[in-house]
Design a protein around this ligand. Structure first.
Ligand code: ATP
Ligand code: MG
Length: 567
């Protein structure tokens, strides 16, 4: 898995140029150090997987390291539950923050002391001031895209006064919002992010790691670059919406480097296009809404594009890595079709998933010329292209389950399966000839009758004497395993459910989950949770990791065999 051939992308070109030029050569440190910096305020989704595969993948391919860093500067939103699931998801995807026996797992909150010290330095050096405007005036004085901002009346207060106020902010002497610490840059800058951005705010809030130690918290735009610099990150990779933040990223690191906090070379920020995937939403806020409104059964509902959802659905880490590699990295936004992700899943599972038989919509087939209690052993390869995986066996008896759609009392044109007078092969079994059917009082077909040809068993010389067009799957009713099968499909019917101001909640696919009581071949009794199979003719399925137990097996459809959404 770690040796997937890597396609070229603009970030690889940048790194290769830096390696050739020795841009980030420093004693005792790798020349490529990246980081994945989630905020622990929700579950990771497929968009995050792109960033994870990119950052950890570059570190792997260029013999560097990648840090997992929690950007935990918003105390109200963040919880340990999210930290735990993020750690679990990154590991499950196949990545590690261990490097040369060291663990590179960090929390921005661990830097609160250092960030505070740098803020005091910035005040003393004249690069920051405490602003005491109220929020309304501060917003009004920020100006707009077409209009320069106005300096705050507090902008020229002395460094001593700002420092004293900042210390009192830290000591808890003020209420939330009474003062903020702002960088002193340029209120007329055409880039709004450079108009004296706030770098510290008062928040009397409990933090999931630092408890009540702090009542002032650093802003994301301040914390992020300085955390990168503290960790000696070389290439700080983020999504395009941060392009306008890059001037401040460079500014704040440069000021602190002047103060002796960092040495050259300092981290460089690069932006790439975020992943937009059709038929899902990839925003933590919108995913949370689906969970909180009970539209799905939790963050790990198999319809969710979260990593825990994809995992429970049956996606493999390899298929997600393949997907992230295949979609590549660009600097222009676009949509990736869901069929690309599903295609990667099929490509990964086809060569490795054992085959099995499942009847999802059962109809009884009675073989009238086979005696009660007789069980004839039949066999089939575990994998058609891998004889080394061996054979599986299952009995045939006189009462079978077949698919309802495999019988028609009056066949339509071109229908080759069971109808009175027609012969079909029971896959890996015998040829049978249909003789009729039984119906209930309403006229519904409740059982189909046939006779079998004892010399027609698959794999025996006699089988060659029978030429039939239809080949249907079956399981023996007395031996089959009854199982709940959850037929999952796409969550939304609209390819872009949240584009252009659409209300995504109104675009849910009502058929995204159908539950059927199915019959599986008896060997499936031994299926362990998370084990994946191809149910022949139906698609790929996984034993549900949460609900499947030996007495009550549950399988999820991961995806169908072919793209049923293609136009
Ligand atoms: P959301 O918008 O879903 O809340 P976020 O960007 O706020 O996501 P973070 O926890 O801040 O979530 O993201 C961690 C990292 O993942 C960031 O570097 C971010 O750029 C990246 N990331 C988030 N969403 C995507 C996406 N759709 N495609 C690629 N990278 C993404
Ligand atoms: Mg974010």
């Amino acid at each position: 898995m770690s040796n997937t051939t890597s396609s070229s992308n603009f970030l690889r070109n940048i790194i290769e140029e830096d390696l050739a030029a020795g841009t980030h050569t420093r004693a005792g440190l790798p020349s490529v150090i990246t980081r994945f910096p989630p905020e622990p305020n929700g579950y990771l989704h497929i968009g995050h997987a792109k960033s994870i595969c990119l950052n950890f993948g570059l570190a792997r391919d260029y013999v560097g390291r990648c840090h997992l860093r929690f950007d935990d500067t918003n105390p109200e939103q963040e919880e340990q539950e999210y930290v735990d699931t993020i750690i679990d998801s990154v590991q499950w995807l196949g990545f590690s923050w261990q490097h040369q026996e060291q663990t590179h797992l960090y929390y921005a909150s661990n830097y609160f002391e250092q960030l505070y010290a740098m803020a005091e330095y910035l005040i003393q050096a004249g690069h920051a001031y405490v602003d005491s405007q109220n929020a309304k005036d501060m917003a009004a004085n920020r100006g707009s895209f077409s209009e320069a901002g106005k300096n705050s009346p507090y902008r020229e207060r002395s460094a001593e006064e700002s420092l004293a106020l900042f210390r009192r902010m830290k000591a808890g002497e003020f209420a939330d919002g009474e003062h903020v610490l702002r960088a002193k840059i340029d209120m007329a800058s055409p880039n709004m992010n450079m108009r004296d951005p706030a770098i510290y705010r008062i928040r009397h809030a409990h933090h999931h790691r630092t408890g009540d130690t702090w009542c002032i918290y650093p802003m994301y735009d301040y914390t992020h670059p300085l955390s990168d610099a503290l960790e000696n990150i070389t290439h700080s990779i983020c999504t395009l919406e941060f392009q306008d933040h890059r001037p401040f990223y460079d500014w704040i690191i440069a000021r602190c480097a002047e103060g002796g906090y960092f040495q050259q070379p300092v981290p460089q920020q690069y932006e790439f296009a975020r992943l937009n995937l059709t038929y899902v939403v990839t925003s933590k806020r919108k995913l949370r809404q689906l969970v909180e409104q009970g539209i799905v059964n939790g963050w790990d509902d198999p319809r969710m594009p979260t990593i825990v959802g994809l995992r429970r659905r049956g996606y493999t880490p390899e298929s997600i890595q393949l997907f992230c590699e295949r979609i590549g990295v660009t600097r222009s936004d676009g949509w990736i079709d869901m069929s690309t992700l599903e295609g990667c899943l099929r490509e990964d599972l086809d060569p490795k998933a054992p085959r099995a038989t499942a009847v999802l919509r059962p109809l009884q087939l009675i073989i009238d010329n086979l005696a009660d209690g007789v069980a004839i052993e039949c066999s089939a390869p575990v994998h058609p292209h891998h004889p080394e995986h061996g054979m599986r066996t299952f009995p045939l008896s006189n009462t079978l389950w077949i698919e309802q759609e495999d019988f028609m009392e009056v066949p339509s044109k071109g229908y080759f399966r069971l109808f009175p007078g027609n012969k079909v092969r029971l896959r890996h079994g015998f040829v049978v000839e249909c003789t009729g059917c039984d119906k209930d009082e309403q006229g519904n077909v409740i059982a189909v009758h046939c006779n079998y040809f004892p010399d027609s068993q698959s794999g025996t010389p006699g089988s060659a004497n029978y030429k039939v067009k239809g080949n249907i799957h079956w399981v023996s009713a007395a031996h089959a395993l009854s199982a709940e099968v959850r037929l999952y499909d796409r969550l939304f019917t609209d390819p872009n459910p949240d584009a252009g101001g659409k209300d995504f909640i109104t675009l849910l696919n009502p058929n995204a989950l159908e539950v059927v009581q199915a019959y599986l071949e008896p060997g499936m009794r031994d299926a362990l949770p998370d084990a994946r199979y191809q149910f022949e003719r139906h698609g790929y399925f996984v034993a549900d990791r949460v609900d499947s137990v030996a007495e009550k097996p549950v399988f999820n459809r991961i995806t169908t065999l072919k793209d049923s959404w293609a136009k």
